[in-house]
Design a protein around this ligand. Structure first.
Ligand code: NAP
Ligand code: HSE
Length: 433
């Protein structure tokens, strides 16, 4: 970084898609305001893309070079900060690794990379005394990274519950409120720039899982590999279950959550029934929300746009500005020990919550009794049970809401159901928040 504290900070931007364009727009639009806050200019120097001949949605300032050569950014001695907004793992890892080796601070929005290879990069950044900042990687415009790293640094974090994926929330809201089919809602989310380049990351819960891994690292100072996190996406959520959940007073949301129980972390990402009285139930569209409970602060709810060009660009710019302040000392993970220890996670079988189970059964005597008996055997207590609608081909839906029960007990019930000839295969099971 240029040692003269009012000298311009020069940026090498890697990626000029949705988020890159958002960043370039705000840098231009708010240049005077940024100068007033920092006492120096932020100057875009080079922009790395895959295809330099592609038409761009946003014009670059005069004199800014487009390049397809990653080394043009990392070997340029005039570039102070490399901003990685390409996505993907291998090319992004190589670029950031080289940039840190070359003594440049790095800002990234790449949660997949930081979830999977973050520990290596944070170790290198610590060794070099450089910043590796990533506010935009979790929940778009919402300042949750800064909140956990700095604002709540003195708290023991009891729990985090979040709607962490804008695309999934947009799809579920569109299905619930507008009756849009899943595929149409996904297409619209892609058009609006919310989805990942590979949208299976969004709909299979992996993008939310990547973000949860980063939040766990920030809140608990522990590394949790993706392979040890329970992850389920939204592809099994149907309009019928959205309607049934609604009749019980719930809405279905993709939830990422973690809490501490007996010294271990209980964590996972899955679609859950959220009671309509909870604030999280009213988070709609591409909005995200994160509820953090600290032992001193109590509970805090952050709500805002979870995806899109300007909201995400806003978070990227905050990191660039933080790293541009004269005399700043990087704080990347929020902990001084490096590497961070591995997370101690509770066995999923022991995790406890209420459950929603939707069986499709033959409309005949004894069915309800057999299911209730299985629940009794496994110690699952029923809170509500409803038979819904008219028989179709002789089958009807029966929907149960249970009291809190361990995952192991619910699996026992589902295994029993799979052996009952009067229950159609494909019993639906969701957890209740
Ligand atoms: P995007 O629209 O697909 O843009 C990616 C950009 O990176 C494009 O300009 C592309 O070049 C360039 N690029 C990709 N691979 C490259 C490579 N190997 N070498 C050089 N350039 C390469 O992606 P995005 O939606 O902006 O997302 C960028 C990052 O931000 C991702 O990590 C994503 O997870 C994260 N993020 C996105 C959002 C969002 O709302 N979209 C929100 C938060 C975080 P071309 O233009 O030439 O193809
Ligand atoms: N694809 C992500 C989402 C972008 O839909 O939330 C924001 O991280």
């Amino acid at each position: 970084m240029n040692a003269v504290s009012d000298a311009p900070v020069r940026i090498g931007l890697a990626g000029f898609g949705t988020v890159g364009s958002g960043l370039v727009t705000i840098l231009e639009r708010n240049a005077d305001w940024i100068r007033r806050r920092l006492g120096r200019d932020l100057v875009l120097k080079k922009v790395l893309v895959r295809d330099v001949s592609k038409p761009r949605a946003v014009a670059l300032p005069e004199g800014v070079a487009l390049t397809a050569d990653p080394d043009a950014l990392v070997t340029d001695p005039e570039i102070d900060i490399v901003v990685e907004l390409m996505g993907g793992i291998d090319a992004a890892f190589a670029l950031i690794h080289k940039a840190l080796h070359a003594g440049k601070h790095v800002v990234t929005a790449n949660k997949a990379l930081l979830a999977e290879r973050g520990p290596e990069l944070f170790a290198l950044a610590a060794q070099k005394g450089l910043g590796l900042y990533y506010e935009a990687s979790c929940a778009g415009a919402i300042p949750i990274v800064e909140t956990l790293k700095e604002s709540l640094a003195g708290n023991r974090i009891k729990s985090i519950i979040g709607i962490l994926n804008g695309t999934a929330n947009y799809i579920l809201s569109s299905m619930s409120d507008k009756g849009l089919p899943f595929a149409d809602a996904l297409r619209k989310a892609q058009e609006l720039g919310y989805a990942e380049a590979d949208p299976t990351l969004d709909i299979e819960g992996l993008d939310a899982a990547h973000k949860l891994i980063l939040l766990i690292r920030l809140a608990y100072g522990q590394n949790l590999p993706l392979s040890r996190l329970f992850v389920e996406g939204i592809t099994r959520v149907t309009p019928e279950d959205i309607r049934f959940a609604g009749e019980f007073g719930y809405t279905i949301k993709l939830i990422g959550q973690v809490h501490e129980a007996g010294g271990k972390l209980v964590a996972g990402v899955c679609p859950m029934l959220v009671h309509q009285d909870f604030l999280l139930a009213s988070v709609k569209g591409a909005y995200n929300a994160v509820r953090v409970e600290g032992d001193a602060a109590g509970s805090i709810l952050l709500h805002g746009r979870g995806a899109g060009d300007l909201p995400t660009g806003s978070a990227v710019l905050a990191d660039i500005m933080a790293l541009s302040r004269a005399g700043m000392t990087p704080n990347n993970t929020g902990f001084v020990t490096e590497p961070l220890p591995d997370a101690d996670v509770l066995d999923l079988d022991d995790a406890v919550c209420p459950h929603y189970i939707h069986f499709t059964v033959k409309d005949q005597a004894g069915v309800m009794a057999a299911i209730s008996k299985s629940m009794g055997v496994h110690g699952v207590s029923i809170r509500q049970a409803v038979q819904k609608g008219e028989p179709e081909d002789g089958y009807v839906p029966i929907v149960f809401l249970t009291h809190e029960a361990p995952e192991r007990a619910i699996r026992g019930v589902l295994d029993d159901a799979a052996d009952m000839a009067f229950i159609k295969p494909g019993t639906v099971h969701f957890r209740v928040l």
